[in-house]
Write a new protein. Structure first.
Length: 145
């Protein structure tokens, strides 16, 4: 089956995006309302094999406070190591490049060893670690070198 990527465009795709996010980021689960709000300021896409959601992607545009675009590709653990993350990331990076020529970053939960390996293998270098209030596991911000 071929990977299909579709933009979040309603509650069904928002719920699919939310499910993937919450599986991969269990320390910061989002509600459907959270996803709806994020979709107003970020590009949110869902990746499918056939009808099955297997991943999600976020592209945050640069802002005055943060000149980097942020591309976050997430693939459910059971679908990793098939090249899907690379394709989803390339899709997000292509969109980020339309937003300007500034730096590109990604953010990975430190406990997601697969995600960190993926980012490092794709040319990212760590620039920061931070912990959200109430959390114990840091997030790692990496910048495309």
């Amino acid at each position: 089956m071929d990977l299909q990527i579709a933009r979040v465009d309603g509650d069904v795709t928002a719920e699919q995006w939310r499910h993937v996010h919450n599986v991969i980021i269990p320390t910061h689960p989002l509600s459907l309302d959270d996803v709806r709000e994020r979709a107003t300021r970020n590009r949110l896409d869902v990746a499918y094999l056939g009808e099955t959601p297997v991943g999600c992607m976020t592209v945050r545009p640069p802002t005055d406070d943060e000149p980097a675009s942020t591309v976050i590709a997430r693939v459910l653990p059971e679908y990793r190591r098939r090249g899907l993350g690379g394709r989803l990331y390339a899709h997000g990076l292509a969109h980020a490049r339309t937003l300007g020529d500034g730096p590109v970053e990604t953010i990975v939960l430190a406990s997601n060893e697969d995600g960190l390996r993926f980012a490092l293998a794709h040319g990212f270098v760590e620039v920061e670690r931070y912990v959200l209030p109430g959390d114990t596991i840091p997030y790692v911000t990496l910048r495309l070198a």
